[in-house]
Design a binder for this molecule. Structure first.
Ligand SMILES: [Mg+2]
Length: 461
């Protein structure tokens, strides 16, 4: 997987060494020699990842990282901080600034590439989500995602798996004393999978060695293969101190690792950073889902809206061309609906529209298209339908409204009627707009000849 990496370092030698290593692995490398330049390039080029030196004159790495994470445009770009020594205090400061990861100088190639691969995967996922989100934004239907700090304003859940339950208990206390997280303990892979089954957590903390000699890495790959837990963050605790283990963990899909023994503050900071990322992707995901739904559904009645209907009718027409079967288009309009709103109020009007929509769906087939075009105007398309059965269906719908009054709350019932215009399309008709126009003309006729009736286009012509 190739990508663009911005390398930020005040020393030319360091920049060139990293550039050589990364270019040799086919990454595109951008260079910046100060914090200010880094911010400028990051905003202009939107790289896939940033390797950020901590110690720089002027704006240091922490400041740059905070600025990147505070900007909506760059907040999702993974930042790896490059620190001079393996110092816990620096790492905690970096995590607090929003860093996604750390590398120590001198940089070990294996660690570098494992980190890069891992973060690139995360970035690719975010990019895809953001792309889908921007499509729904183009439709004018969703708000921009802001980047406020998720660390403190939500409750999250964690499953902590360790072979040593005494140690697990202490880690749990350390987490719950800092965050409003729900932490559950497990000592075997089986228990972890059972807990995840009931309620998939936002994050797992897993030690390399579980009870009964079980392998934590194996559990990582099982969790990544399971759709219910694939999105959860996984923090692996490395117990053998080997870089190979860490590399393997990242390649299997662990989000981060920490080498034991460690400072409780570092685990807390790493967990918080993973949680922030998880919440951010959850939010992107649900925004995409909601706005896709909002784009095609009328919120009051739950029926499809005009936008969906005008798209879908083309598919019905195409299908008719393939099957050779005719279809019917029904335009419907509630009679004297304005009076309902004027006399009984809009809540009553809404109740009528909802009940009307419900009765339509109750009296139609799954393959029929039922949509609210706006106001009290509805469209029904019946594929694979002859003139005779369309007539029966239209009359059944008219009666379903006419024969049973609609409750509008407060024990009140209203007599409501509907006028329906019907037009037919055959396999040879390629223009749905024309058929809709015909149905509209038939509806007009139903309205002008007394309402509460079904008219057919043939009559109207
Ligand atoms: Mg430096």
């Amino acid at each position: 997987m190739s990508g663009r990496i911005l390398v930020v370092d005040d020393l030319a030698t360091n920049r060139l060494i990293l550039k050589a290593k990364l270019s040799a692995s086919y990454y595109n490398v951008l260079l910046a020699e100060s914090g200010e330049e880094a911010l400028e390039i990051a905003h202009r080029e939107l790289p896939d990842m940033i390797l950020l030196d901590v110690m720089m004159p002027g704006m240091d790495g922490y400041e740059v990282c905070r600025a990147l994470k505070a900007s909506a445009q760059t907040a999702h770009i993974p930042v790896v901080m490059v620190t001079a020594a393996n110092q816990q205090e620096e790492r905690i400061r970096g995590l607090d600034a929003g860093a996604d990861d750390f590398l120590n100088k001198p940089i070990n190639d294996m660690t570098l590439f494992a980190r890069v691969r891992n973060l690139m995967r995360v970035k690719v996922m975010f990019d895809e989500l953001k792309l889908r989100e921007s499509t729904s934004q183009d439709l004018g239907l969703s708000d921009f995602i802001d980047t406020h700090d998720f660390a403190t304003d939500y409750a999250g859940s964690v499953v902590l798996a360790t072979g040593d339950t005494g140690l697990g208990g202490r880690w749990r206390d350390c987490i719950t004393s800092r965050f409003p997280f729900d932490v559950r303990l497990a000592d075997s892979g089986q228990t972890v999978l059972e807990l995840a089954e009931i309620h998939p957590p936002d994050a797992f903390i897993i030690t390399q060695h579980l009870g009964n000699g079980e392998d934590g890495l194996r559990l990582v790959s099982m969790l990544k293969a399971n759709p219910a837990t694939r999105q959860s963050a996984i923090l692996l605790v490395i117990e053998d101190g080997k870089l190979e283990t860490a590399t393997k963990a990242l390649d299997l899909g662990a989000s981060d690792y920490i080498c034991a023994p460690f400072d409780a503050n570092e685990m807390a900071a790493r967990l918080r950073s993973q949680m922030r990322r998880k919440k951010y992707s959850d939010r992107l995901r649900s925004n995409v889902r909601d706005s896709l739904r909002m784009a095609v559904i009328d919120p009051l009645t739950g029926l499809y809206n005009r936008r969906y209907a005008t798209q879908h009718i083309h598919r019905i027409v195409e299908r008719a061309g393939e099957t050779g079967l005719p279809y019917a288009v029904l335009m419907m309009d509630l009679d004297r609906f304005k009076t309902v709103n004027d006399v009984h109020g809009h809540a009553a009007g809404d109740a009528v529209l909802k009940e009307f929509a419900r009765r339509l769906q109750e009296n139609l087939r799954g393959i029929d298209l039922v949509a609210r075009l706006g106001g009290e105007e509805f469209l029904v398309v019946l594929p694979d339908t002859t003139a005779r059965s369309a007539e029966i269906a239209a009359e059944r719908l008219r009666k379903a409204i006419d024969e049973t009054p609609i409750p509008i709350g407060g024990g009140k019932m209203l007599d409501i009627t509907v006028s329906i215009g019907v037009a037919f399309g055959t396999a040879a008709d390629r223009d749905p707009e024309k058929i809709i126009e015909n149905a509209d003309a038939a509806l007009y006729k139903a309205k002008t000849t007394g309402r509460n009736r079904v008219s057919f286009f043939a009559e109207a012509a």
